[in-house]
Design a protein around this ligand. Structure first.
Ligand code: ADP
Ligand code: ADP
Length: 216
């Protein structure tokens, strides 16, 4: 099964994609994580994208598509859940064509709906653990007591100015992707508000409706 999460920054895509990956043996493919890894490893890609990520700007489509192509090929185009991609209409068109070429169409897109006014609070209180990849929220999903506070990262693009910029980029560049995906792939709208476990249940129900849980 091949899935993609869709939604604005802070909607909970990473959180839910990780849960799905852990419970159903999917590989979580987050373009943001792949870029942050490249920055950490100081690769040529990392140097190219570092400033863009800090400023909350999108990485060019050709660069992003190439990163995704390499990753999907390594996975044999099976059992992946995309998070944060596609984020532009051009990326969406490229993805649909690329997957068709490999006879591996997306089975479903899950769109997490969260009002914009909740997103700033979610992102400004987000903390990530680079060692485990865990995503926390200081109020809604606090880190366990045995995780040392100094290990947790407050991403530079989660500062208020960068967040506001990213939400603008979402409205301008990413929101129009919905129409392209809806035209080609089963598209589920899931309420992304409320406790994390409840959102996870709703995501599970959407996938079950698509395939039957045993078919995941
Ligand atoms: P995205 O990948 O869509 O940007 P994340 O999964 O990183 O979103 O979540 C953004 C922030 O919101 C994190 O701090 C996360 O812990 C928190 N979060 C995720 N789901 C919920 C939820 N249902 N309610 C409240 N906060 C949430
Ligand atoms: P969030 O989970 O908050 O939505 P991500 O981790 O997905 O953030 O993305 C962080 C940053 O990585 C983006 O602001 C952008 O600079 C870059 N990025 C991630 N995915 C893409 C993409 N599909 N196209 C272009 N840039 C991307």
């Amino acid at each position: 099964m091949r899935l993609a999460f869709f939604g604005p920054p802070g909607a909970g895509k990473g959180t839910q994609a990780k849960r799905l990956a852990a419970h159903h043996d999917f590989t979580h493919v987050s373009t943001g994580d792949l870029f942050r890894e490249a920055i950490h490893d100081q690769t040529a890609l990392g140097e190219q994208v570092d400033g863009l990520l800090k400023a909350g700007q999108l990485v060019p489509d050709d660069v992003t598509n190439a990163v995704v192509a390499e990753k999907l090929e390594a996975l044999g185009y099976e059992r992946f859940v995309l998070d944060g991609f596609p984020r532009t209409v051009e990326q969406a068109r490229w993805l649909l064509a690329h997957l068709a070429e490999h006879d591996a169409p997306l089975d479903a897109v899950i769109s997490l709906r969260v009002p914009h006014e909740d997103l700033v609070g979610r992102l400004s209180r987000r903390r990530t653990d680079p060692e485990t990849g865990s995503i926390y929220h200081l109020d809604f999903n606090p880190p366990p007591a045995d995780v040392p506070a100094e290990r947790l990262v407050h991403r530079p693009d989660d500062q208020p100015d960068a967040v506001r910029h990213r939400l603008g980029v979402y409205d301008d560049e990413t929101a129009p992707v919905e129409a392209v995906l809806r035209a080609h792939v089963r598209f589920f709208e899931v309420d992304g508000t409320g406790p994390l476990d409840e959102v996870q249940e709703r995501v599970g129900e959407a996938i079950a409706e698509d395939r039957g849980l045993s078919g995941i």
